[in-house]
Design a protein around this ligand. Sequence first.
Ligand code: ATP
Length: 411
Amino acid sequence: VNAEIIAVGSEMLTPSKLDTNSLFLTARLNELGVEVQAKSIVGDDPHLLTAAIRIALDRSEIVILSGGLGPTMDDLTREAASAATSRPLEFHGEILRLIEARFRRMNRTPTENNRKQAEILEGAEILVNPNGTAPGQWIEASGRVLMLLPGPPREIEPMFVDQCLPRLRALLPPVVIRTLFWRITGLGESQVDALVAPVYSRYSNPVTTILASLGDIQLHLRAHAATAAEADALLDPVAREMEPLLGDHLYSKEGLSLEEVIAQRLVERGETLAVAESVTGGMVSTRLTAVPGASRWFAGSMTAYTEGAKVRPLGVDPEILQLHSAVSGPVAEQMATRARVLLDADWGIATTGFAGPEGGDPDSPVGTVFLASSHPSRETQALKVRFLGDRERVRQLSTQAALDLLRRQLA
Ligand code: ATP
């Protein structure tokens, strides 16, 4: 079943106001197995709005309008819906009395305009609005549903949950939604999409969504079916085909963050971790210690920012520092090993680099970062990476890459 949402109101066509109602509605609809196939924002223009409603009813089984039910001249949703459906508006005295009672409770008197809000499309069911004046309307005809709902979130949200969802559930076949939450790092959004699109584009159920944030991609696979087993059976072949394409960039199939994956692995292995940070200035440790129960596996960290701090107390060999400079592979390796030894941990990880905007050298321009992990049973070898972007971006990507380096070592 497909739905379409129309947000009504010219203010949402300005730079200062967003249509958030459609996000709320989409989340609730998806839970019923209904996909939103189109949404639009239409300004306060009767012709545009009538046309938009006609088009929506033509192609979507469920059409939801939010906003434009107020009492003023530019609240046009009722009139436009009436024109688009060829259903006349009927005045309901009992609604006006409810509106008048509400105004009395607020010690105000309704204006002549409020009469408009008591006009209901012929054949519509009235959706009461305990949080505002304008009632909503539910129109069901020839297998389609049209809803006229108020604009303010505090009015539309309870109205939708309490009055529209039960009606929709009664109309729709029972549905179970199963979602896979995958997390990926080390690839850009377009790279992930290029890898998996040949698979997911062949399916409309499950639906695939790719969400990207700095250095981290979430891939959601959502299937709906009559039972959980059927939904899983829909997910299974798609997941099995996609998984090898992502290789070891896919770091969690349960929606866990990198630091949560690291925490799990360290607890499983009964090992502990120490951190030495230069370019990331504590960001790696901040993410790690955000995981509840970190004291079981996080020994501690040191932000060794200056050369002096790297030598003492951390204990990097001053000769190595002189020979290779503070931003170098050998120094990153020593930082990781020294953090591990100093804090008596099983693992050590370290970051050192040029976040910019100033600094860098010909071999290692701004954005160059060395990462290292150290463990007594493994060779310590630094990883050199180069990130583009401003200081904050370089620091965040370095943090992510340091955590990913350790995650790979723990795999
Ligand atoms: P009212 O009964 O309060 O007059 P209405 O149905 O006429 O409600 P609008 O006048 O269109 O609603 O909008 C009222 C307020 O609701 C807007 O100022 C805005 O803050 C909020 N609003 C409207 N539409 C949306 C939307 N799609 N997303 C988020 N907020 C919205």
